[in-house]
Design a protein around this ligand. Structure first.
Ligand SMILES: Nc1ncnc2c1ncn2[C@@H]1O[C@H](COP(=O)(O)OP(=O)(O)OP(=O)(O)O)[C@@H](O)[C@H]1O
Length: 456
């Protein structure tokens, strides 16, 4: 009798009730369900048979009840088969540990007591991801954000976002400029239980040591000359919601120490006050700096990294995920065609070739601006390779030039001088926008506005 069902699942749990209930449920969905009570038999089982998904208990009663046993077995499974799809079964109180297990390579986790529908959805997603990893298409769309990506790397990121958004885990997002770190931070917030509370973003790269405390912790009237009234800091503004500390890798050791204290105590003391104010925030941080290298050189505190990186999301540069380029170009083409009252253009095959060959030092942001320019410049309804011209940031990442001093001509318009100055400072800083902004005395946002304005 053909049932049409496919797939095989292994369940490892030392509670017979759990094994029985899960088996009954999963049998309705997949062709084969194998159960195992003793994790010691796991590896020999896996030597004999491959499973499409493995449900693994986090807490075996026989051992220390810390959940680490689940992590131990997870590691064993992944050592044997790095592509194994492991879904952890965890008790309600262990969610933070389960979130950590995602870092160790678990596909997902379910919390006991589970909802059957939710569990089947998890299995379904796992099986789909396994079968469709190569050519899936993924999108996360919330009220204010759309994240697109069909590359394997982006799909994994999107899955992780769905998983960790509803937890309280602190998240550290790593990636080059323009890879979508802020977008991911916003999506995490919007998919969290804090979604209707504030999302406060702070550009740490733009904060000087002297502004750090007043900006983050606030101040009382009279705390310093210009403090004409009480002002809450960003921590208080984010109370109940999410605080996004962007460019956290750029802060000085003194700021790192102050930040660590606040995160440990979960309270801030405004300048000019003696009374600490408790704050309830979910922390998301991001940086384009190689933060672990900085920590190895003692330039960034390791204890601060451990505070902020309960879960890590690494966004690969666009040049390493060509699979996303076409999707993103079409997405931005639609947006900018509409904005500029033009029909949505087609993409010539040679154009896509050119875009795939470009190294995208400014990542998705650069692509977004390139598409906008192309739409404005395009003659017909097909985007041609010549409609795309690339920014000098490209050159800056290839060579680290010593730039001759820039001498403005007497008759040069001011806007041209500004454009050229910005261009050179970016080149000098090898495309690092934060450093360039600092050198120019601008915030990164202000610099990005000028890049757009001057078509850099
Ligand atoms: N996967 C994606 N799908 C759709 N849009 C994206 C994606 N990734 C990035 N973008 C867009 O690219 C632009 C840059 O993204 P974002 O500001 O989040 O990058 P970032 O990594 O925070 O940059 P920076 O480090 O310079 O602050 C934004 O307009 C964002 O909406």
């Amino acid at each position: 009798m053909a049932t049409g069902k496919t797939g095989s699942v292994l369940i490892v749990d030392d509670e017979s009730d759990v094994l029985f209930a899960l088996k009954m449920l999963l049998k309705t969905e997949v062709k084969e369900v194998v159960t195992e009570k003793n994790p010691d038999n796991l590896l020999s089982l896996l030597s004999k048979q491959k499973f499409d998904a493995i449900f693994l208990d986090m807490n075996f009663k026989s051992a220390l009840n810390t959940g680490n046993e689940g992590i131990f077995w997870l590691r064993q499974i992944l050592e044997k088969d790095k592509d194994a799809t492991v879904i952890l079964i965890t008790a309600y109180g262990d969610v933070e540990l389960a979130v950590k297990s995602l870092k160790q390579g678990a596909y997902d986790f379910i919390v006991k007591p589970w909802h059957n529908d939710k569990l089947l959805e998890t299995l379904h997603n796992a099986l789909q991801a396994k079968n469709g990893k190569k050519n899936g298409k993924a999108t996360i769309a919330t009220q204010h954000t759309t994240i697109l990506g069909q590359s394997e790397a982006l799909q994994e990121t999107l899955h992780k976002i769905e998983k960790i958004a509803p937890t309280e885990a602190n998240v550290l997002i790593l990636g080059e400029n323009g890879t979508g770190k802020e977008l991911v931070a916003r999506a995490l917030h919007e998919k969290s239980f804090r979604a209707n509370k504030p999302f406060i973003s702070v550009d740490m790269g733009a904060l000087t040591d002297s502004l750090f405390e007043s900006e983050l912790f606030g101040y009382k009237k009279g705390a310093f000359t210009d403090a004409r009234e009480d002002r809450p800091g960003r921590f208080e503004a984010a109370n109940g919601g999410t605080l996004f500390l962007d460019e956290i890798g750029n802060i000085s050791p003194a700021m790192q120490a102050k930040l660590l204290t606040v995160l440990q105590n979960r309270q801030v003391t405004p300048l000019g006050s003696n009374t600490p104010v408790p704050v309830d925030i979910r922390l998301i941080s991001a940086t384009n700096e190689p933060i672990y290298e900085l920590a190895a050189k003692n330039l960034f505190r390791k204890d601060l990294i451990y505070r902020i990186n309960t879960v890590e999301i690494t966004l690969p540069p666009l040049r390493q995920r060509h699979g996303d380029i076409e999707l993103l170009v079409k997405h931005f083409a639609e947006i900018y065609a509409q904005k500029n009252h033009k029909p949505v253009p087609e993409l010539a095959p040679t154009t896509l070739q050119k875009l795939n060959q470009h190294s995208w030092p400014g990542n998705v942001r650069e692509l977004q601006h390139a598409v906008e320019r192309a739409i404005i410049l395009a003659e017909g309804n097909v985007l041609q390779p010549q409609d795309f011209s690339f920014s000098p940031m490209e050159m800056a990442t290839i060579a680290a030039p010593t730039i001759p001093a820039f001498a403005a001509d007497a008759g040069m318009p001011l806007s041209e001088i500004e454009r050229e100055t910005i261009r050179r400072v970016i080149e000098k800083n090898k495309g690092n926008i934060s450093k360039a902004a600092k050198e120019l005395g601008l915030t990164r946002t202000a610099l990005y506005r000028r890049l757009n304005k001057y078509d850099i």
